[in-house]
Design a protein around this ligand. Sequence first.
Ligand code: C2E
Ligand code: MG
Ligand code: MG
Ligand code: MG
Length: 283
Amino acid sequence: QAKSEGRDSAQFYSQEMTERAQQRLTMETALRQAADGEGLTLHWQPRVAAGTGALMGVEGLLRWQHPDLGAVSPAQFIPVAEESGLIVPIGAWVIEEACRQIQAWQGAGQLPREVSVNLSALQLRHPGLLDHLRACLQRYAVPQGVLELELTESMLMDSVEANLAVLREIRALGVGLVIDDFGTGYSSLNYLNRFPIDRLKIDRSFVLGMLEDSTHLAVIHAVIGLGHTLGLTVVAEGVETEAQAQALTQARCDELQGYLYGRPMPAQALARWSEDRGAVAPA
Ligand code: C2E
Ligand code: MG
Ligand code: MG
Ligand code: MG
């Protein structure tokens, strides 16, 4: 009895695994076709100054619309893109698209101070990254200090010395560096100090719980203090309520990003968003 049940559930699991593997393969095949930018777009989410609400910058977030699969969320397709290596060509497309958008915004007199995109570990390790960045910056006449790359802590701490060399070269191109999802990985304070970064982004999970859980609030205070000591701007992501914004501003967080201000949106909608709000930080 027990034996046959065991066999049934093993069969059930293997069937589920087969299905999952199948789905993954379908997605990977579809992603392979998207790697040249087909079906991909960037949506832009504003980041504002805590005190004034002035627009400080925008973050580009990848969106993928597939004819059969429909809209697939980054949480689903980024891991597949990373495991298959497809994140390298896709990430290259993201960088180029950001630069193209920067040029378009500049032409329209609508260029935010900073425009960031997310970078994966594989991209950071890829030997073609610097040449691609250089080519895009030149092709789209991107001004110094506008383009920024967001990296996670764990990415940086992985192989510190190799990363340091690449990060310095990225910086030398006039591209800024941001640590994303700060607080979720582990950082050696020793190294943090050595990385040529501009900004820390406190992970959304701390903001989410900060008003209910005093340990989250304590982490937020500590990260803000640490960031300021290192001379960095500190941003909170995932700000959804006025109460969170107030508490973060009181904690001397410099900048805020989240649905309270705006969801990631197409470039056209961002232009309307800025017009409606009126406040853009002087360059
Ligand atoms: P991330 O870089 O930390 O981006 C922030 C995520 O939080 C975005 O999710 C954004 O839409 C969401 N978010 C922003 N404000 C709020 C809020 O107030 N409430 C809530 N609930 N969510 C908020 P999204 O766009 O689904 O992206 C998820 C993750 O996928 C990103 O996290 C990033 O790690 C990755 N990703 C997105 N685009 C790219 C890309 O072009 N390249 C790479 N390598 N990764 C990307
Ligand atoms: Mg990010
Ligand atoms: Mg900058
Ligand atoms: Mg984040």
